[in-house]
Write a protein that binds this ligand. Structure first.
Ligand SMILES: [Zn+2]
Ligand SMILES: [Zn+2]
Length: 104
């Protein structure tokens, strides 16, 4: 059974099978965040693909594309990352500004 994941930042839509940190079909995996996960259609050994996550601040669903989200200890959508950029270390701030620039 699959559900639909929609990125709120771009138009990426995909069917996913599981949301959380420990996909039941992939043994011995513990992810760093709750993710939207789909089974890898080409894998027979429990492979999976992470398709997205939820922003830890606004809890919007965002895909893992560099244009949509950023992972720094937690997942952030680019809007929240940009709004709270002073909370991030210098290196991440530059990354955020760089990405925001590419998007405009
Ligand atoms: Zn996206
Ligand atoms: Zn956000």
């Amino acid at each position: 059974m699959s559900k639909r994941f929609t990125c709120t930042s771009c138009d990426f839509v995909v069917d996913y099978h599981f949301k959380g940190r420990q996909p039941p079909f992939a043994k011995c995996i513990m992810l760093l965040e709750d993710c939207y996960i789909m089974k890898d259609p080409f894998s027979t050994s429990g492979g999976f693909v992470t398709v997205g996550g939820s922003c830890s601040l606004c809890s919007k669903d965002v895909c893992l594309s560099a244009d949509c989200s950023l992972f720094y200890t937690q997942r952030f959508c680019l809007t929240c990352a940009h709004r709270n950029q002073q909370e991030f270390p210098k290196q991440i701030q530059e990354e955020i500004l760089h990405r925001a620039k590419l998007r405009d």
